[in-house]
Write a new protein. Structure first.
Length: 214
């Protein structure tokens, strides 16, 4: 217990870093995922190709490799940002591919007649998607989106290897101070449980309110 009580501020800083990474990367992933899902079902061929390439490349690229590409590759092109922003960019882009597929699967559950009816009324593709299709698809994608964001929270641990303050990285200074590695990781695991269970609780509330009855 003294590992936690003696280093409460260190754990708190790491937990806050993980929460911030999770929140900001989740917002980016949701925004990009929505855009890419729209591209993948768009009537314009070039947009469908772009969305397909985005999802295929990111889903089949190891996240660690993507971190290296973003944190070490972008500065070579003159893009210099704090490591925290680079980490958010890597996590958000990577997770957006999975969000996109979750949203697309939800869109595919909406009967095609709904879209045809909207178009017969003179609605554009954007209006049909935002006003008719997505509100119905949203109800069925709450569980998979929640699971994807829980995975994002756990994936944020990789950021600690790139000088970004987050929960897993707290084991390094604790190990240097001579604390038990086992207890250090136990309290780190507790911190991740707090984050993931909080996300799970939020999506459970959303599912009970708007989810599809089973």
């Amino acid at each position: 217990m003294n590992v936690l009580t003696d280093n409460l501020s260190l754990y708190g800083e790491g937990l806050l870093g993980t929460v911030e990474l999770t929140v900001y990367a989740s917002l980016l992933a949701l925004a990009l995922g929505f855009v890419m899902a729209s591209f993948r079902v768009a009537p314009v061929g070039s947009l469908r190709v772009f969305g397909t390439v985005w999802v295929t490349v990111l889903r089949n690229t190891p996240l660690t490799l993507l971190f290296f590409a973003v944190l070490l590759g972008l500065p070579r092109f003159g893009v210099v940002l704090p490591f925290e922003l680079f980490a958010v960019l890597a996590l958000g882009c990577y997770t957006s591919a999975f969000i996109c597929e979750a949203l697309r699967s939800g869109i595919n559950t909406v009967p095609t007649g709904q879209g045809e009816a909207a178009r017969s009324l003179g609605m554009t593709f954007a209006q049909t998607l935002s006003l008719v299709v997505l509100p119905q698809a949203f109800r069925s994608v709450i569980p998979p989106v929640g699971s994807t964001l829980i995975a994002l929270a756990k994936n944020s641990a990789i950021a600690g290897s790139f000088s970004v303050t987050e929960l897993l990285g707290t084991y390094k200074p604790l190990n240097e101070l001579g604390y038990s590695v086992i207890w250090s990781f136990i309290w780190i695991a507790v911190g991740y449980l707090i984050v993931t269970l909080s996300i799970s609780a939020i999506f459970n509330v959303l599912e009970k309110r708007w989810g599809v009855p089973r």
